[in-house]
Design a protein around this ligand. Sequence first.
Ligand code: ZN
Length: 320
Amino acid sequence: MAVPSPTYEERLKAYEGRAAAVAGVGKDPVNEPMIRHWCEAMGDTNPAYAGPDAMAPPTMLQVWTMGGLSGHTGRSEAYDELFALLDGAGYTSVVATDCEQEYLRPLRPGDEITFDAMIESVSGRKTTKLGTGHFVTTRMDVRAGEELAGTHRFRILKYAPAQSKQRKRTEQPGPKDRSNPKSRRPRPVINRDNAGFWEGVARHQLLIQRCSGCEALRFPWLPGCNACGCLEWDTVEASGDGTVYSYVVMHHPPFPAFDPPYAVGLVELSEGVRMVSNVVGVPYDKVRIGMPVRLEFQRYDEELELPVFRPGGTGEGGGG
Ligand code: ZN
């Protein structure tokens, strides 16, 4: 008698209890400078986190296990296999849903951290507003020396996105695109609140929302007016003239499809609203605050066109 082959859900369930990361070692021992930076970032002035008897804020638990940009070795094959199994069934998107932490012992400067992570559970098939897929819960045990200091549970949903109008209209990225991430910039997230903006872009119009109650212009698009709360609006088309209000030059981290260094401008349109966009047609180190720029639409691939700004236009002055 033939043994029935496992169902898809049984194959997923078989990953429960398998290692997601083994024998991880914290890159730094628990230390005062990282505690201080955390407390400053959080605005946490609790005296327990300073001074000679300082302890680390319990919520820093995961911080001590993080690999930084260079990452950790020791990620298990099981985790990659599970992801491949989910990807293969079309559950190619991922969203973090929640995390839970449990604290068993305070961490103090000097504690050396080790950790292990296991795939704790893989849920049955669930349908959410985002789409249908499986929740994967990973449990990380964090130790100081041999002692369990806390656990960190992290849950994600691996899912097939609910079909949207835009996805149906366009080709799904094939394996070729995935193996060459440089070929595709990230897609904008288009929703009911900003669809009109992207419809304008498709017609080579940069549309600014105008409140029907108080006539305040707003950008980026929002469902209601910040000034008066009115939910009614129409649009005005930007003239396309603007100036660089501020900018940054991106070096790190490098993202697929982007070639750093490049300039990201905060452009003040002549209508008064500001938008974040690329400043093109000028070396990244020649972008200046006050530089007059002119709108154009740049095509990045067969389906993606974005508003960008190029020096020039009718602005006054020479851009400092
Ligand atoms: Zn208003």
